[in-house]
Design a protein around this ligand. Structure first.
Ligand SMILES: [Fe+2]
Ligand SMILES: [Fe+2]
Length: 348
């Protein structure tokens, strides 16, 4: 469990070029970006997909949101502010942590993906800044950004996630790397979702359409990050089977379980049963379904009995999160359609 992990070298004239020697971790990389010499061939699809997902936050019109924000019900406004505060934290932490993961990944093509992902996470944080700059005063904006300083619940939520990343940051072992990669997978595939659901519920109620559109673009990016991390974990399973003993898999499944439970608690706190068209029962059903789906994505046994299918009451969530019918099949790891952002804008 405490097996050492080696930081990747930087300039390394003796690095291995042969694909057979390339490894996700503890390999001997040259760091050369050779697009025609990839061991992990899914990277080509992922890279093209990520490039085609390019979008610019300021191209989305927030005029309606400026009016709507002042007319939100008190519970809607509180949820809006707290969820935005949490999402800004998540995207900021991702931007900071991805290079930290990349430092130990010795497959150069995978590092390319992590770099693009970090860039996208930075855009996500900036898009929240753009939303806040548009709809509220600088004082309100700062208050929302740093709400965790005054809200112990939000602070505990952020700390729980931050501590998982800190484990690997301060204690470099192979085991902690896998845990941090799984924490990433949970973050991309579970933590964002009660926030996304809330914004989509507002959208269904005809409120904050600009914010909803920003969130749809972010959601699309997060889906591709989930795909990336799932692929990394599956490769690690093949290359480092000793890290995936039944005992360790139980630890990883428990991380997913705890992720779902934390998210349900959080949703109870910020959303409750106060938002039209979204009940806690719906949120809980959906999150348990996601927990099972994420387990299945890694070849683990599901956690929750039942909950194998997307709850019918929540099918509108995937309609929202699929803005231009990009079909990404995470289980096959294939992309069956590409679209540029200009096409998406026409569609929305
Ligand atoms: Fe993000
Ligand atoms: Fe992400």
């Amino acid at each position: 469990m405490v097996e050492e992990i080696k930081r990747k070298q930087l300039f390394n004239e003796n690095g291995d070029i042969e694909l057979s020697k390339r490894r996700m971790i503890n390999g001997n990389t040259t760091n050369l970006n050779d697009f025609n010499n990839m061991k992990y061939t899914w990277v080509s699809d992922w890279y093209r997909h990520a490039m085609n997902n390019f979008w610019i936050p300021e191209e989305i019109n927030l005029t309606q949101d400026i009016k709507d924000y002042r007319n939100l019900e008190i519970e809607e406004k509180e949820a809006y502010d707290k969820i935005l505060s949490f999402l800004i934290f998540l995207d900021s932490l991702q931007t900071a942590n991805l290079p930290n993961v990349g430092e130990f990944i010795t497959a150069n093509e995978v590092n390319l993906c992590l770099t693009i992902q970090a860039y996208q996470e930075a855009i996500h944080s900036q898009s929240y800044g753009y939303i806040l700059d548009s709809i509220c005063s600088p004082e309100e904006r700062t208050e929302i950004l740093y709400q965790w300083k005054d809200d112990p619940f939000l602070l505990a939520r952020n700390k729980f996630i931050g501590d998982q990343y800190n484990d690997f940051y301060y204690n470099r072992t192979k085991y902690n790397l896998v845990k941090t990669v799984i924490a990433n997978y949970i973050l991309e595939g579970i933590y964002f979702y009660s926030g996304f659901m809330f914004f989509y519920a507002l959208g269904r109620n005809g409120k904050m359409p600009g914010t909803v559109q920003e969130i749809r673009y972010i959601n699309r990016d997060e889906n591709s990050h989930l795909w990336l991390f799932r692929s990394i974990i599956l490769e690690l399973k093949k290359e480092e089977p000793e890290l995936f003993t039944p005992e360790n898999i139980e630890v990883f499944r428990n991380m997913i379980r705890q992720g779902v439970e934390e998210e349900i608690k959080w949703a109870n706190y910020v959303i409750g049963d106060h938002i039209k068209g979204l009940t806690m029962q719906m949120v809980e059903d959906y999150l348990k379904y996601l927990g099972n789906l994420r387990c299945r994505g890694l070849g683990f046994e599901p956690i929750y009995e039942g909950y194998q299918r997307e709850p019918e009451s929540m099918s509108w969530v995937s309609e929202y999160s699929d803005p231009n019918a990009i079909k990404t099949d995470f289980f096959e790891g294939k992309v069956s359609a590409y679209a540029k952002s200009s096409v998406i804008e026409d569609d929305l």
